[in-house]
Write a protein that binds this ligand. Structure first.
Ligand SMILES: [Zn+2]
Ligand SMILES: [Zn+2]
Length: 179
């Protein structure tokens, strides 16, 4: 049984220069198969985990690099990344300042992650096969409400994490300052 993640969650870039903590449950998790996400990730798709900005803290934010881009949706998105190791840590969508889109592959514990939906599947690599029952969108979803609702239901159905992930699961990044 996959468990609900315990809070706070933590994560960071590959080199450990930037670490973050998340103190609220995210709004959802989804995969995006647009051409930009494939290029940015150098992989098959991007993953996003929208989180209320008030529940997200990143160390050394003033040193993060910023790349502004017109997304496939037509909106401007600021990609924030570590200028030492290049890891993309989160996105700031201009249309929705209260939200940051954390790139959830940067979490210390990714064991609980599961996309509630897949976006831009019309441009997905041909081998990608979303799990049965996930929400499928050919392009940009008209609204994210269904993705949010499904995530809330999935988390409510999972038992809570009994304790923080053991050190063996961590990726070797240093602990966040102040902890
Ligand atoms: Zn780094
Ligand atoms: Zn995308």
């Amino acid at each position: 049984m996959v468990r609900r993640p315990s809070l706070p969650m933590s994560g960071g870039c590959v080199c450990g220069r930037h670490r973050y903590t998340i103190t609220v449950l995210p709004l959802t998790v989804y995969a995006c198969h647009c051409a930009d996400c494939q290029t940015q990730s150098g992989s098959a798709f991007g993953m996003s985990m929208p989180v209320a900005r008030s529940g997200f803290r990143v160390t050394g934010a003033e040193d993060l690099g910023t790349h502004l881009r017109a997304a496939a949706s037509g909106r401007t998105v600021a990609g924030r990344f570590c200028t030492t190791c290049g890891t993309r840590i989160f996105h700031e969508p201009s249309r929705n300042p209260p939200i940051v889109n954390v790139k959830p592959g940067t979490l210390d514990d990714t064991s609980w992650l599961e996309p509630m939906g897949h976006l831009w599947v019309d441009s997905a690599q041909r081998w990608v096969a979303p799990a049965d029952g996930t929400l499928i969108y050919p392009g940009q979803p008209p609204a994210f409400d269904d993705l949010y609702r499904r995530f809330a239901a999935a988390m409510a159905a999972r038992p809570p994490e009994p304790r923080a992930p053991s050190a063996g699961r961590m990726r070797g990044a240093p602990p966040a300052p102040g902890t």
